[in-house]
Design a protein around this ligand. Structure first.
Ligand SMILES: *[C@@H]1O[C@H](CO)[C@@H](O)[C@H](O)[C@H]1NC(C)=O
Ligand SMILES: *[C@@H]1O[C@H](CO)[C@@H](O)[C@H](O)[C@H]1NC(C)=O
Ligand SMILES: *[C@@H]1O[C@H](CO)[C@@H](O)[C@H](O)[C@H]1NC(C)=O
Ligand SMILES: [Fe+2]
Length: 452
C-alpha cells in the first residue's frame, strides 16, 4: 500500500514537485541588454522571473509564458521569460519559484571575449561534460555554442534523456547563454519538437529556432540548419528555401556592416568537408547537398563565398579537424594561409563525447585538411579583437592538454572575395583516390567528377 502511494505520488507529482522549475538555461535574444531564460515544469504553473542586480535592492519582474507540449505521452510545460533593461558588466540574480540563480552581463560591445564551442555531446558517455562545466564556472569562457547533436537524444526515453542532460548542465547554463543549433539527432519524428520547445534563440522572424543570428562585439554569429537539407524528404523543401532567403539577406547585410562588425562566423551541424574514414558520411548525398545544393535547393557554400564568411564551425563527425582556407575544393595551404585567408576557415569540433567512439580518419586526408585529432574534447574560441581570433582544442584523453592552437589574423578592412581568389589562385582539388573496397567513396567520386 505504501509503495502504491509513493508510485501514485510519483505519477501525479505530489508535494508540488511538478511545479518546481528545472532545466533552467539562458540564451541571448540578440539585444545585449536582455537575457532570455527557459525552464520546464511537469505540472501547470504560472511562473515569473524576479531579477535584480546583486547588491542593489530594486527587483524587476519578467513575465513568464507557459506552453504545454506533449512527447512520448509526457506533458511538459515550457516556460520562457526575457529579462530586459540589463546594465552591462553587471552581476544579476534571478529567482523562479523557489530557485535562485545568477549571471553576469558582458561589457557594452565587448571587443574581446571567449566562447566554448563543441558538437555531439551526449548525456551518456558525455566525456567532456565535467571539463566544460568546470571551466565555465571558473570563468574561462563567456557563452557556449553547441553545434548540434544534443544529449543523444533530447527525445530518447520519451524525452527524459533531454531532461537529464539539461539538468546536468543547469549549474552552468543557468549562468551563461547556451546557444544551440539542431543536428540530425534532433529530428524526433515530430518536427523537431524537442528541439523547438526546449531552446530559445534570437528571433528570426519565422517563429522557428532552426536558424538565427546575433551580433556580439566584432563578430556577427550565424546559426544555420543543415537538418532542413538532411531531412528534406521528411519535411519538404520549403524550410530549406525559407532559410536560404533569410540567410542571403542576413549575410548580405552583415557583409555591408563590416565597419562595425568585421567578422562573420557561421555554425552548423553537418560539415561541408571532412576526412573521416566513414566516407559515406563525408561524401554522402545528405552532406554534399548542404554544400552544393540539389534539385531546386541551393547549397550554402556559394553564399558563404559571396559574402566572405570568415569562419565556419561544424560538428557531426566525432573528431576534431581544422581546414586550410577552402573554396569549392580549391585551397590555400601556404605557411601564411591563416593571415588574410583567401576563403572561409572551417573547423570540425564534434568530439565532445557520445555513444559512438571517435570517428577514424582516412589514411589520406583531403589536401585542405590542416590538423586532425581523434581525442575527446572541446574548443575555446577567443575573439581577441577586430583582427585576431584564436582557436584552442582541449583534449580530454590527454588531461585537458591543448592539442591544436592557431590564430586567424586579418587586416582591418580585409575580406576575402571572388576577385581576390581569382587573383591568388589556390591549388585545385587533385583526383581523390578511394580504397578499392570503398564502394561508397568510388560512387561519390564519380558523382563529383561528373559534376565538375
Ligand atoms: C509537422 O508540421 C507540419 C506543418 O505544420 C504538420 O502538417 C505535420 O502534421 C507535423 N508532423 C508531426 C509529426 O507533428
Ligand atoms: C589584437 O590582438 C592581438 C593578439 O592578442 C594583438 O597582438 C594585437 O596587438 C591586437 N590588436 C589591437 C589593435 O589591439
Ligand atoms: C569516455 O567515456 C566513457 C563512458 O563514460 C568511458 O568509458 C571512457 O573511458 C571515456 N574516455 C575518455 C578518454 O575519457
Ligand atoms: Fe550528427
Amino acid at each position: 500500500m505504501r509503495y502504491l502511494i509513493i508510485l501514485l505520488c510519483f505519477l501525479y507529482q505530489c508535494f508540488g514537485e511538478g511545479t518546481v522549475p528545472d532545466q533552467v538555461h539562458l540564451s541571448f535574444t540578440g539585444d545585449m541588454t536582455e537575457m532570455a531564460v527557459v525552464w520546464n515544469t511537469f505540472a501547470e504553473a504560472s511562473q515569473d522571473v524576479y531579477y535584480k542586480k546583486i547588491g542593489i535592492g530594486a527587483s524587476s519582474t519578467a513575465k513568464g509564458s507557459s506552453e504545454a507540449w506533449v512527447y512520448g505521452g509526457i506533458t511538459r510545460y515550457r516556460h520562457k521569460a526575457t529579462m530586459t533593461g540589463l546594465d552591462y558588466s553587471s552581476e544579476y540574480e534571478y529567482t523562479i519559484a523557489s530557485r535562485t540563480f545568477s549571471f553576469k552581463t558582458l561589457s557594452n560591445n565587448p571587443q574581446s571575449y571567449k566562447v566554448c564551442v563543441f558538437g555531439d555531446l551526449g548525456y551518456w558517455h558525455g566525456n567532456s561534460t565535467e571539463s566544460i562545466i568546470k571551466h565555465g564556472l571558473a570563468g574561462d569562457f563567456d557563452f557556449i555554442v553547441h553545434l548540434g547533436d544534443i544529449a543523444y537524444d533530447l527525445h530518447t526515453n520519451n524525452g527524459q534523456v533531454g531532461d537529464s542532460y539539461l539538468n546536468v548542465f543547469e549549474p552552468l547554463i543557468s549562468k551563461m547563454p547556451y546557444m544551440v543549433i539542431a543536428g540530425n539527432h534532433e529530428d524526433d519524428y515530430q518536427n523537431f519538437t524537442n528541439y523547438q520547445k526546449r531552446f530559445s534563440v534570437p528571433d528570426n522572424g519565422h517563429n522557428d529556432n532552426q536558424f538565427y543570428s546575433f551580433d556580439l562585439g566584432p563578430v556577427h554569429w550565424v546559426g544555420v540548419s543543415t537538418e532542413n537539407y538532411g531531412y528534406y524528404y521528411s519535411y519538404g523543401m520549403d524550410p530549406v528555401m525559407t532559410q536560404y532567403d533569410w540567410l542571403k539577406r542576413d549575410l548580405t547585410t552583415a557583409n555591408s556592416n563590416r565597419a562595425a562588425t568585421p567578422w562573420i562566423f557561421t555554425f552548423q551541424h553537418r560539415p561541408f568537408y571532412c576526412s573521416n574514414v566513414n566516407s559515406a558520411e563525408c561524401q554522402s548525398f545528405e552532406n554534399r547537398l548542404v554544400r552544393t545544393g540539389w534539385l531546386d535547393m541551393p547549397g550554402l557554400e556559394p553564399l558563404f563565398l559571396q559574402n566572405s564568411v570568415d569562419f565556419g564551425f561544424w560538428g557531426h563527425e566525432h573528431s576534431y579537424e581544422r581546414f586550410y582556407p577552402v573554396a569549392d575544393r580549391t585551397y590555400w595551404n601556404d605557411p601564411n594561409a591563416y593571415v588574410n585567408p583567401k576563403a572561409p576557415v572551417y573547423l570540425i569540433s564534434g568530439s565532445a563525447g557520445c555513444h559512438t567512439p571517435d570517428a577514424w580518419f582516412s589514411d589520406q586526408p583531403w589536401p585542405w585538411s590542416a590538423a586532425r585529432n581523434n581525442d575527446y574534447g572541446w574548443s575555446i574560441v577567443t575573439i581577441a579583437n577586430r583582427t585576431h581570433v584564436r582557436v584552442e582544442q582541449i583534449s580530454i584523453d590527454k588531461n585537458e592538454q591543448t592539442v591544436d592552437d592557431f590564430w586567424v589574423i586579418k587586416d582591418e578592412g580585409y575580406t576575402h572575395s571572388g576577385e581576390m581568389r581569382r587573383a591568388s589562385s589556390g591549388t585545385k582539388f587533385p583526383a581523390q583516390k578511394c580504397h578499392f573496397k570503398d564502394v561508397a567513396c568510388q560512387r561519390s567520386l564519380k558523382e563529383i567528377n561528373e559534376e565538375l
